[in-house]
Design a protein around this ligand. Structure first.
Ligand code: F6R
Length: 597
């Protein structure tokens, strides 16, 4: 969602801001803008892609500025509603990510005090509140303004005549980039990778002041606090396309390496037992949104099989409103970004209910890591494409590892079985690579989807959640309506929708308990003349006879089959969307980091 950048230093601020906003594009946005002290405040904003702003931008000299990519929540996407916003004097400018809940009351109150409003946004009240409190000290004015605000925010502000930037956060991400004779603030580290790999994370309720040679951080009570620098291991290249036509494709092809890195980190967990040092819980609840929720669903099968422990699942957006039975499961919260507002709210609620919490995330220093008792990092590297690909797969890796850890500690798994599973996991980078080696075959197979209006994905057992993920991937990037179904449910309704124009993608893995049942379900589909694209094990002739197109994956234990099958789904979706000319890395209406509830 919205991306924030602020710069104060010796470089041309307009160049830094535009470069950083480019890096923040992946978060999702519909308009963009910058404001620079030159030395008077010069502001430029534009609805649409960043390039539309770039071509309209005059040459602006100046070394201090703020910039923003907006993802509309309050007020439609338009030039007027784009950030930054300035006060009535035209000297103070701000950018904001989040939602101000009491903006109507504040607007009414400020309107009476003859403030000019130029937009329909909630954000604009912030700059007028700062103006109301400003008497030469921007830090104080921002603090007083924030005290009047109800809601969530990451805000950056500047005032003409000063090289100081002030920023504040509540429940929205904010990080300080530490430079030499220059400093930065940003929504996330990817914006800063071209300039610095040293950051300081800003905590909830804190306010910061940065100038080119000084960084000060204040806690909610106004006390100055010291914060260590954190060195980020991602580099600028990781966040570039590297010759691929889209980030999504690059990120799919990075999956063998991502799994390898994820396993290296995770194996430490097993060796050192440094997560879940005691396993005094009798059940697990997993909570997440979107693809991360689909990973959690796969995780339930893994956990129940390996650790023999009951698992329940809840969507993060529902959990906090659920009555909450008197039980104390281990709560596992899964979020690649670690910034999804619903998942963060669920983490807080789980703690409030007295549960022990474990987070699985890809982003070091993200808010989730501070809201849970323990963290497992997925180590997938930066993911820029909006569709989760390598982060989804590495979430699965983390879940296998946690299941093995819990299973072994609870004696559900013996030593040999534990090593059997670990050895199977070690094969996964190679297995995934061999699926990627079939990319051109998968590209050809995607033709079956390109003209479709509706597509069904069917699977059973552990590949039921896998097909839900397949359907989500296809719909989000190709805009084809897709539904994932447990194949046994077809007869209970959706079969009525099948015809020769409705392709069905079916997963049937030999040796899985449900394999024969899947073959029967595929026959039912074929009898309705739906074109069938089947995904199964290499050499499965029976499946080939039942399907119009078959994509084979290497034979693995059924419990691990979601990994190769998901890679096929990701590639199918990518190629179908590409042939339809869709905006693959930035699908319409979607954002990478969903920081509003
Ligand atoms: C789909 C996708 C989304 C996210 C969801 C949760 O490809 O990326 O469905 O999975 O928005 O995001 P995180 O995992 O960051 O909490």
């Amino acid at each position: 969602m919205c991306g924030i950048i602020g710069y104060t230093g010796y470089r041309q601020a307009s160049e830094v801001l535009m470069e950083a906003l480019k890096r923040l594009e992946y978060r999702g946005y519909d308009s963009a803008g910058i404001a620079i002290l030159s030395p008077n405040l010069s502001m430029h904003k534009q609805k649409g892609e960043l390039d539309r702003l770039r071509v309209r931008l005059p040459k602006i000299e100046g070394n201090v500025g703020i910039g923003h990519t907006r993802w509309a929540t309050c007020g439609k996407p338009s030039n007027e509603n784009a950030h930054p916003f300035v006060d009535c004097t035209g000297k103070i400018a701000i950018v904001h990510n989040g939602i101000i809940e009491n903006y109507m009351q504040l607007k009414e109150q400020l309107g009476l005090e003859s403030n000019r409003f130029t937009s329909q946004t909630d954000t604009e009240v912030i700059v007028h509140l700062i103006e109301k409190h400003f008497n030469g000290n921007l830090l104080d004015a921002v603090r007083l303004a924030m005290n009047e605000i109800k809601g969530t925010y990451a805000v950056a502000a500047m005032v003409q005549g000063s090289n100081e930037l002030i920023a504040a956060r509540k429940e929205n991400p904010l990080v300080i980039g530490v430079g030499v004779n220059e400093n930065f603030i940003a929504s996330d580290v990817t914006a800063l990778l071209s300039y610095t790999n040293k950051v300081k994370y800003v905590m909830d309720g804190e306010i910061v002041s940065i100038t080119p040679d000084r960084i000060r951080i204040f806690d909610p009570e106004g006390n100055e606090v010291q914060r260590e620098d954190f060195v980020v291991t991602w580099n600028a290249e990781d966040a570039q396309k590297g010759g691929f036509s889209h980030f999504m494709l690059k990120e799919i092809f990075e999956e063998p390496q991502a799994i390898h890195n994820s396993l290296l980190g995770a194996l430490d967990i097993i060796k050192n037992g440094d997560i879940l040092p005691n396993v005094q819980f009798n059940s697990i609840k997993m909570i997440a949104c979107g693809s991360s929720f689909n990973a959690a669903m796969v995780g339930k099968y893994i956990m129940e099989e390996m650790a023999k422990i009951p698992v329940t699942l809840e969507l993060a957006s529902e959990y906090r409103y659920s009555p909450g039975a008197k039980e104390f499961p281990l709560v596992i919260l899964i979020s690649q970004s670690g910034e999804t507002a619903d998942t963060l709210a669920a983490a807080r609620e789980a703690r409030r209910r007295g549960c022990r919490t474990l987070g699985i995330t890809n982003v070091i220093g993200s808010t989730l890591t501070r809201e849970v008792d323990e963290v497992v990092y997925t180590r997938a590297g930066p993911e820029i494409g909006v569709a989760a690909t390598k982060t989804f797969i590495t979430q699965l890796i983390a879940l296998y590892i946690i299941a093995i850890r819990v299973g072994y500690a609870k004696r559900a798994l013996g030593h040999d079985s534990m090593w059997g599973y670990l050895n199977e996991l070690r094969k996964m980078p190679g297995i995934v690579q061999s699926v990627l080696d079939r990319a051109s075959e998968i590209e050809k197979a995607s033709n079956i989807l390109v003209e479709a209006r509706d597509v069904f994905f069917i699977g059973r057992n552990i590949n039921y959640p896998t097909v839900l993920e397949g359907a989500l991937k296809l719909k989000e990037i190709s805009y084809i309506h897709a539904e994932g179904y447990a194949a046994g449910e077809l007869k209970h309704g959706p079969l009525a929708l099948l015809d020769s124009k409705t392709p069905v993608i079916a997963v049937a893995i030999q040796k899985d308990l449900t394999y024969d049942k899947m073959l029967a379900n595929i026959s039912e589909v074929a009898a309705r003349e739906s074109p069938v694209l089947a995904i199964g094990c290499e050499g499965d002739r029976e499946l080939a006879q039942l399907s119009d197109v078959q994509i084979s994956v290497p034979c693995v234990q059924p419990l691990f089959s979601p990994i190769p099958v998901t890679i096929v789904f990701q590639l199918l979706s990518y190629y179908a969307a590409n042939k339809r000319g869709c905006s693959i890395d930035k699908p319409k209406n979607l954002a990478k980091s969903v920081t509003v509830e």
